[in-house]
Ligand binder design. Structure first.
Ligand code: 6CM
Length: 260
C-alpha cells in the first residue's frame, strides 16, 4: 500500500509538471472579471487596500483577509531601486545561492528539484516566531522574461521587457508535512527597467537606470497563529525584506556590466 501511495504521488507530480509548468501567455493577456482580479500583478491599488508602510519610493499596501480565523492578508508593495535592471533584480530574488544573504526570516532554503534553469522546487524552513510554531514552505519557483504585450501598462521611461518571478506552494514527496506547520504562499515579484533620458552620445551607466518592482504576496500561515502577531510580523518584515533585497542587488551589481 505504501508503494502505491508513493507511485500515486509521483504520477501526480508528473501530471503537475507537464500540465502547469509553463502558463500560456494568453492566460495573462486578458484577465476576465472575478473576485481575485485585484490580486493580479498589474492591477492598481484601489480603496480596498490600505497603505501599511511608506518610505521614499517604497509603498507597502495590505488588504485584510481571513480564512477560518487565520490571517491571510493580501500584500502588495511597489518600490523603485536605483542602479539595477529588472533582469538583475529578478535574478537575485530567484537565485537560491544568495538567498541567505538577504532573507532574514529563514533557517534554511534547499532545492528539492531543479526542473530547468528557470524552474525549481524549493523547501524553506523559517525561524520560529514566538509564541507560534515553526513554519516551513514548499514551493515552485519560476523566473521568466515576459513578452511586452503581456505586461499591462508600461511605465514612463520603461525599456526592454519586464521580468517576473513566481513562487507558489505545492506539495512534494521529499518534503512531507511532519515537523513544522506548513505555510502556503503565493508570491510574485514583477520587475520593470526604467531609463532616465540622457544626452545623445552619453554612454549608459548605472546612474541612468532603475528597476520598478511590484511585489505581491498572500501567505496562509497554515494553522492558527495569533492575528496580532502575524500582522505585526508582516508589518515589520516586508519593508525589511524589500530594503535588504534592494541593497543586496545594488551591491552585487555595482562593479558589473549592466545586464538588460
Ligand atoms: O518573498 C519573499 N521571499 C521569497 C524567497 O524566500 C519567497 C518566500 C515566500 C514565503 C513567505 C512565507 C513566509 C511564511 C512563514 C511564516 C512565518 C511567520 C509565522 C508567523 C506566525 C505568528 O517568496 C520575502 C518574504 C518576506 C516575508 C516577510
Amino acid at each position: 500500500e505504501v508503494a502505491l501511495d508513493r507511485q500515486d504521488e509521483e504520477d501526480a507530480m508528473k501530471d503537475f509538471q507537464s500540465s502547469t509548468f509553463v502558463p500560456p501567455s494568453e492566460l495573462i493577456e486578458q484577465e476576465p472579471e472575478h473576485r481575485m482580479k485585484a490580486e493580479i500583478v498589474s492591477e492598481n491599488v484601489d480603496h480596498n487596500w490600505s497603505l501599511a508602510y511608506e518610505d521614499g519610493d517604497m509603498k507597502v499596501y495590505r488588504r485584510d483577509y481571513e480564512e477560518g480565523g487565520i490571517v491571510c492578508d493580501f500584500l502588495k508593495a511597489t518600490h523603485t531601486v536605483t542602479g539595477i535592471t529588472a533582469r538583475e533584480m529578478a535574478h537575485y530574488f530567484f537565485d537560491i545561492d544568495v538567498r541567505m544573504d538577504w532573507e532574514t526570516t529563514l533557517d534554511s532554503s534547499k532545492i528539492l528539484e531543479q526542473l530547468s534553469d528557470s524552474t525549481l522546487i524549493v523547501h524553506q524552513i523559517y525561524k520560529r516566531v514566538w509564541p507560534s510554531s515553526q513554519r516551513d514552505t514548499v514551493f515552485l519557483s519560476h523566473i521568466r522574461e515576459m513578452p511586452t504585450h503581456d505586461a499591462g501598462e508600461r511605465q514612463v521611461n520603461e525599456v526592454g521587457r519586464p521580468w517576473i518571478v513566481m513562487n507558489y506552494s505545492i506539495e512534494h514527496p521529499d518534503a512531507p508535512i511532519n515537523k513544522f506547520v506548513r505555510a502556503v504562499a503565493v508570491v510574485s515579484l514583477f520587475c520593470q527597467t526604467l531609463i532616465e533620458p540622457r544626452q545623445e552620445g552619453n554612454k549608459l551607466n548605472r546612474d541612468h537606470i532603475s528597476c520598478k518592482i511590484t511585489y505581491i504576496s498572500n501567505v496562509n500561515p497554515g494553522g492558527w497563529a495569533p492575528p496580532s502577531v502575524v500582522r505585526a510580523v508582516s508589518k515589520r518584515e516586508y519593508p525589511k525584506f524589500l530594503r535588504r533585497l534592494s541593497s543586496f542587488c545594488q551591491n552585487a551589481c555595482e562593479d558589473k556590466p549592466i545586464t538588460m
